[in-house]
Design a protein around this ligand. Structure first.
Ligand code: MG
Ligand code: ZN
Length: 211
């Protein structure tokens, strides 16, 4: 585990349901649709100094639904769309495995399929990232668990993909609508919004020490 302050912090971002609209096993360019919060959210995180690292489970490769080449082609398309908006992804990591489905060497109980933290740990090694100052945004409990197991500073759940369950929300530091809101929360541009809305502050509240 790294020392705090050593290395650059990363924002680890799940792909489907966070950057693009969740559809089963997205692998065709025509099925890749950016979510409205993606560009503003990624821009906020980039401007705050986070390395943008996408971490995505792609068991569709193990299952034979699509190939590594299909995935790489879609990744190039995603990078192109984001670059046009001034957003540079530092890296994209994917897990092509599945523990019980598919054939051949991709059918394996690997270290990288979330909720395992393998992709985050590998990115930290290869890119010189500081995990303890890094953050994660995902739409599933397995995303949050991967971030926890890697020792990240903050793990935020968003509602823009899979509807998050109570366990996932309990494990996350916050649950917000989309990547734009998550980025604003993580960079302090908006006040923290917990799972349950706090009682609204009133400017007319009587002062406790008023005579
Ligand atoms: Mg997802
Ligand atoms: Zn894997």
């Amino acid at each position: 585990m790294d020392e705090p302050g050593q290395g650059r912090p990363a924002a680890f971002i799940d792909r489907d349901g966070v950057i693009n609209v969740e559809r089963d096993y997205v692998h065709r360019i025509e099925d890749f649709e950016l979510l409205p919060g993606a560009i503003p959210g990624l821009r906020t995180l980039q401007q705050a100094g986070y390395a943008l690292v996408v971490v995505t489970n792609q068991a569709g490769i193990a299952r034979g639904y699509y190939t590594e080449a299909d995935f790489e082609r879609l990744t190039a398309h995603m990078r192109h769309l984001l670059q046009a908006e001034g957003i540079q992804l530092t890296a994209v990591y994917h897990c092509p495995h599945h523990p019980s489905a598919g054939l051949g060497e991709l059918r394996v109980d690997c270290e990288c399929r979330k909720p395992a933290p393998g992709m985050l740990l590998r990115a930290s090694r290869e890119l010189g990232l500081s995990l303890t100052t890094s953050v994660l945004v995902g739409d599933k409990g397995s995303d949050i668990e991967a971030g926890r197991r890697a020792g990240l500073a903050r793990c935020v759940l968003v509602r823009s993909g899979h509807a998050p369950g109570g366990d996932a929300m309990a494990a996350a530091d916050a649950t917000l609508d989309d990547l734009a809101q998550a980025a604003a929360w993580l960079t302090g541009a908006h006040p923290p919004r917990p799972h349950h809305p706090a009682a609204p502050l009133s400017v007319d509240a009587p002062l406790q020490d008023r005579p």
